[in-house]
Design a protein around this ligand. Sequence first.
Ligand code: CA2
Length: 137
Amino acid sequence: MKILILNGPNLNLLGKREPEVYGSTTFADYFKELESKFEAVELTYFQSNIEGEIISKIQEVGFSYDGIVLNAASYTHTSVGIGDAVKAVETPVVEVHISNTHKREEFRHVSYISSGAKGVILGFGLQSYDLAIQSFL
Ligand code: CA2
């Protein structure tokens, strides 16, 4: 089983800035934990701060992988292009968020991803990614 974890803008700063909101673990460290927990899964990780790169990655894996775990970060609330890419591919996409976006500012209550996603997991910290992987098994 091949699963891509795809992170959007600023998530490269995890563990380095705003630990009160996003925790103090870097995604590189957390990814190692996921790899050892899900040994039977071929996990790949990609992060980009650039909208077009995220769209291209969804297209690149979206006809061959078994699942995409997508945290589009701030693009969640703005990107028609990423939302369209999610709808255009065959691979099911699970939308994840570290924080509970519905407890935060109103602009974070809107998602351009959710309507094309298989499901949405949010508010469980980094464990949201773990739960999303489990949903594919
Ligand atoms: O809760 C989430 O996972 C979000 O997708 C994170 C995004 C935010 O815009 C969404 O509304 C909810 C922000 C990611 C920024 O990550 C940072 C990590 C450390 C320091 C600063 C930003």
